[in-house]
Design a protein around this ligand. Structure first.
Ligand SMILES: N[C@@H](CCC(=O)N[C@@H](CS)C(=O)NCC(=O)O)C(=O)O
Length: 225
């Protein structure tokens, strides 16, 4: 299988399935297609004709899967050994519900705090929409951890697609210095120390590209690259 991804520093959607496949031990190759560069769409359509023309897109022989949640479901269908979703039915239903909520929402947080792994920003009030999104995300994390997470450090114990879906929220809370409750802070630390995430971050910090429209109009507290 080949996963088409965007820049590791900025492409939050690409991070999700990449991390899921790496953390669950699924073999794949990656093709990085730089965002906002000439030939982006042509490269995606050459590898995945008829797809949505976005990253991530997964190519498995003749089959192309785009849209992040559809990729998670394809991996669940084709890689039953990987534990893509939790085994327990109630946990799996909860994991799918919060992952769908993530896929469709939290736009205030996503818009105000674009993923940028190369910078850390000063703590400041980012407005009521962001505060509402953070309150909801962390409530979902606490629900998952308290009801289903006892066997490990991730939302449902072992790392699953739900963790992959929330990984770029974790990085945003971290790089924008947004304070959270202790349960959520422990979860953030588990994600940031995951070897697969460290591997992604190392590659992100070595990238040369600056994507102007993903840069917030605010000086960084720390530049990491
Ligand atoms: N809903 C899509 C979103 C994918 C997406 O917006 N990807 C961005 C990069 S993070 C992209 O491909 N942008 C380039 C473009 O739309 O031309 C998913 O779930 O995968």
């Amino acid at each position: 299988m080949k996963l088409l991804i965007g820049n590791k520093c900025y492409s939050s959607w690409s991070l999700r399935p990449w991390l899921l496949m790496r953390a669950t031990g699924i073999a794949f190759t990656e093709q990085l297609v730089p965002l906002d560069a000439p030939g982006f769409k042509e490269a995606i359509f050459a590898a995945a004709p008829g797809s949505g023309g976005t990253v991530p897109t997964l190519v498995d022989g003749e089959i192309a899967v785009w849209e992040t949640l559809a990729i998670c479901e394809y991996l669940h269908d084709t890689q039953p050994q990987a534990g893509i979703w939790p085994r327990d039915k109630a946990a799996r239903a909860h994991a799918r519900a919060i992952s769908s909520e993530m896929h469709a929402g939290f736009t205030a947080l996503r818009n105000a705090c674009p993923m940028n792994l190369g910078k850390r920003f000063a703590v400041r009030d980012r407005g009521p929409g962001v505060a509402r999104d953070v309150a909801r995300v962390t409530a979902l994390w606490r629900q998952a951890r308290e009801r289903f997470g006892a066997s490990g450090s991730f939302l449902y114990g072992a790392f699953s697609a739900a963790d992959a879906m929330f990984a770029p929220v974790v990085t945003r809370l971290d790089t924008y210095g947004i304070a959270v409750d202790p349960v959520s802070q422990d979860y953030i630390e588990a994600m940031l120390s995951l070897p697969a995430y460290r591997e992604w971050l190392t590659a992100a910090l070595a990238e040369p590209w600056i994507v102007a429209h993903d840069e917030v109009d605010e000086p960084a507290l720390v530049n990491l690259r």
